[in-house]
Design a protein. Structure first.
Length: 231
């Protein structure tokens, strides 16, 4: 047993790792969620469907190459805990782990073919200070670890602080994010295929606003991937 293994064993004895969904202790081979919850995760499999429901959210608003989300977010479902702990409980490692798991499953279906950069949807610096991390960037780190695609850091910023989208109507969501992102290095994205990464897809308003900041770049392509999609 290595020193790291010994330390991990001691930490697990006093602070056992539990499943983010069912709160049962995790085995040594399980990360973030247990095997049973992983089997029951309501996967969307949208990456296997052309003109899927996620893509349709962007029709008439912005041109996208492909759109997918890993699992369905349903109000009242235990799986909402994955996002809740990631965003509000400081469990940023959940984003990295779920990002790796999501990327591993999508990698076999060529979803990442041709992607040049991952662009996690930025947080405003005020919210970033409050939370301490960007949950979308955590997911992107997991995706990057599996795919080897680099993350475009600091290229797009969120210059306008907005209220949470959670309880807003569809129209209010679009108004809330209009013009809030700014592109700083357009030459980096010229002729490139950018994959926007976010935590949850509801109306698509935030991703469209972020994509708006880059679509004016010459020959740029945009795709979207989120950890969850509201059903």
């Amino acid at each position: 047993m290595t020193a790291k293994d010994w330390i991990d064993a001691c930490l697990n004895l006093f602070y056992p790792k539990v499943c983010a969904v069912c709160s049962q202790p995790l085995s040594g081979q399980e990360e973030c969620i247990c095997f049973q919850c992983n089997m029951n995760l309501p996967r969307t499999n949208l990456h296997l469907k052309n003109e899927n429901l996620a893509e349709q959210l962007f029709w008439g608003k912005i041109d996208v190459e492909r759109v997918s989300a890993y699992f369905y977010y349903q109000r009242g479902s235990d799986f909402r805990e994955i996002l809740h702990q990631l965003k509000y409980k400081g469990q940023k490692e959940i984003g990295v782990m779920m990002g790796r798991q999501m990327a591993t499953e999508l990698l076999n279906n060529n979803f990442f073919d041709g992607i040049d950069y991952l662009l996690p949807v930025p947080l405003h610096k005020k919210k970033l200070r409050m939370r301490g991390y960007n949950q979308s960037e955590c997911i992107a780190k997991g995706v990057s670890a599996v795919t080897g695609i680099p993350i475009a850091e600091g290229v797009v910023t969120r210059d306008k602080h907005t209220e949470t989208q959670t309880r807003k109507s569809v129209m209010e969501r679009w108004e809330n994010v209009d013009g809030i992102f700014k592109l700083h290095a357009p030459e980096l994205f010229a002729g490139k295929h950018i994959l926007l990464i976010d935590d949850v897809l509801t109306t698509g308003a935030t991703c469209v606003a972020c994509a708006d900041a880059v679509v004016g770049v010459e020959n740029v392509k945009v795709s979207v991937l989120t950890l969850a999609m509201v059903q």
